[in-house]
Design a protein around this ligand. Structure first.
Ligand code: THU
Length: 131
């Protein structure tokens, strides 16, 4: 996996995070099967439940461009160790990525944790077969 362009996109978009309530800025970038990169930052709201996470923003941007297969994810935070996506975002990633989807967690100091979606969310919710 060539992480460089995804890291650049995630670090850059993190600068635009709108996080006046938590002060916790997140940047995320995804690579699609076509090799395109989409990024997103967290956008908080004073009605806290209206907050959107960086990862779901990045996934939504890919989907709205017609890209429905995700093959790489980078998340950048300013924590040590680097923070993983929340459970909600992992479930959304599981909609568009396989268990082996590589996920790279980084922080601003260059600390890196590479894992996979399946490691972070071993048993995603599945709908029962309707038949
Ligand atoms: N946040 C994300 O952007 N991604 C996650 O996976 C977890 C949390 C954001 C939401 C909120 O703006 C801030 O981090 C603190 O929860």
């Amino acid at each position: 996996m060539d992480w460089g362009p995804l890291i650049d996109a995630a670090v850059t978009v993190r600068n635009n995070a709108y996080a006046p309530f938590s002060g916790f800025k997140v940047g995320a970038a995804v690579r699609t099967r076509a090799g395109l990169i989409f990024s997103g930052c967290n956008i908080e709201n004073r009605s806290f439940g209206a907050t959107i996470c960086a990862e779901r923003f990045a996934v939504g941007s890919a989907i709205s461009s017609g890209e429905t297969s995700i093959e790489g994810v980078v998340v950048v935070t300013d924590t040590s160790p680097p923070s993983p996506p929340c459970g909600l975002c992992l479930q959304v990633l599981a909609e568009f990525g396989e268990a082996h989807l590589p996920v790279l967690l980084i922080n601003l100091e260059g600390e890196r944790l590479e894992s996979s979606l399946g490691d972070l969310l071993p048993r995603p919710f599945q709908l029962p077969d309707p038949s």
